[in-house]
Design a protein around this ligand. Structure first.
Ligand code: ATP
Ligand code: MG
Length: 314
């Protein structure tokens, strides 16, 4: 049975199409697979639910097959979907992604004027009991999503709840002053921060990693997870610091690894799992995620994580 604090999230729901050929740059004809359920906050919440946490999502889809596949997946994996609306006048958000040989990727997002940005959220809809709201900062680039997220943050804090945040400080997003301001505000109010090491330079220009961590801990953050991509991860809280070496895996599709890591970590912390164990399992979940094509397809069950960890120890 799910237990502990309820984790909620809100933001863009979308389906993604992944090119099977590297280097097509989304401008030459290629073969794609999809629709894969996606959207950073959706990947996060799906993985937190898989970990056994009590979860809920606020978002909007269109009245179409893409929307049904998204909502169906979240429901099947145990997310409370009562906060997901269907907009009869708009289609579900979509994205296309293609990789280059060096591992970099190019995206085309179609979210503006789709159902993805039409979230209706009212603080009255917040569930009772202990709450954790997760914010995926990539959503803050869209003015409509930013407004809903800031309202949700305020409402959850007013209720004595906690905020977890993945501050994906993408340069394209940070060019927008309003987005940067919202991100800084949320980072300063977060209980748990899970930046990639590549985010630190944007969040704390000129600071070394340890100084940036000190700065986060000097604000409201009690728990920091540093995501190091193929270099593993580090989790820090109070006097505790745990470094996790990377698992050796073949990277097929890295999109979603960060969200799967965060969903595992917060999903387990919300149920009272100790920091070191939550970090160890999140590091494994991130490694599993990169081996599978499709952003949410990379999510894993506790049993799969157990088996993966056991195989590494053999
Ligand atoms: P995203 O690219 O989705 O924004 P991110 O940058 O937030 O992701 P990453 O650091 O790329 O997050 O990945 C999250 C975690 O997944 C890492 O900290 C690590 O634990 C694991 N991971 C990611 N890539 C690899 C890899 N190639 N090999 C082993 N583990 C990996
Ligand atoms: Mg990454």
């Amino acid at each position: 049975m799910p237990s502990g604090a309820k984790i909620i999230s809100t933001g863009e729901l979308l389906v993604e199409f992944v090119s099977h050929r590297k280097g097509c740059g989304l401008e030459t004809i290629s073969e794609f697979s999809g629709p894969y359920p996606s959207g950073a906050p959706a990947i996060f919440i799906d993985q937190a639910a898989r970990m056994g946490a009590t979860t809920g999502f606020f978002g909007t889809v269109g009245d179409d097959g893409f929307g049904r596949t998204l909502v169906g997946r979240l429901k099947e994996d145990g997310v409370d979907i009562s906060g997901i609306a269907t907009d009869p006048d708009r289609t579900t958000g979509t994205a296309f992604v293609s990789y280059y040989e060096d591992g970099s990727r190019t995206f085309i997002f179609h979210l503006k004027d789709t159902a993805a940005e039409e979230i209706t959220f009212s603080p009255d809809a917040l569930p009772d009991g202990e709450l954790i709201l997760h914010v995926s900062a990539a959503s803050l680039g869209a003015a409509k999503l930013r407004k809903v997220i800031l309202q949700a943050v305020e409402a959850v804090l007013a209720r004595g709840g906690r905020i977890s945040c993945d501050p994906n400080a993408r340069p394209e997003l940070m060019r927008d002053d309003a987005a940067r301001h919202a991100l800084e505000q949320i980072v300063a109010q977060s209980w748990c921060l899970m930046p990639s090491t590549s985010d630190l330079g944007f969040l704390f220009p000129g600071l070394e990693e340890n100084a940036a961590v000190e700065k986060m801990l000097a604000a409201k953050a009690e728990i920091i997870a540093l995501k190091r991509g193929a270099e593993g991860a580090t989790v820090i809280s109070g006097a505790q610091r745990h470094d996790f070496a990377p698992h050796k895996v073949e990277e097929l599709d890295p999109t979603g690894a960060g969200d799967g890591f965060c969903g595992t970590f917060v999903g387990l912390l919300a149920q009272g799992v100790p920091l070191a164990e939550a970090g160890r399992r999140a590091n494994a979940a991130g490694a599993i995620a990169v081996t599978r094509r499709g952003p949410m397809e990379g999510n894993s069950t506790p049993e799969e994580i157990d088996a993966f960890l056991a195989s590494g120890e053999a």
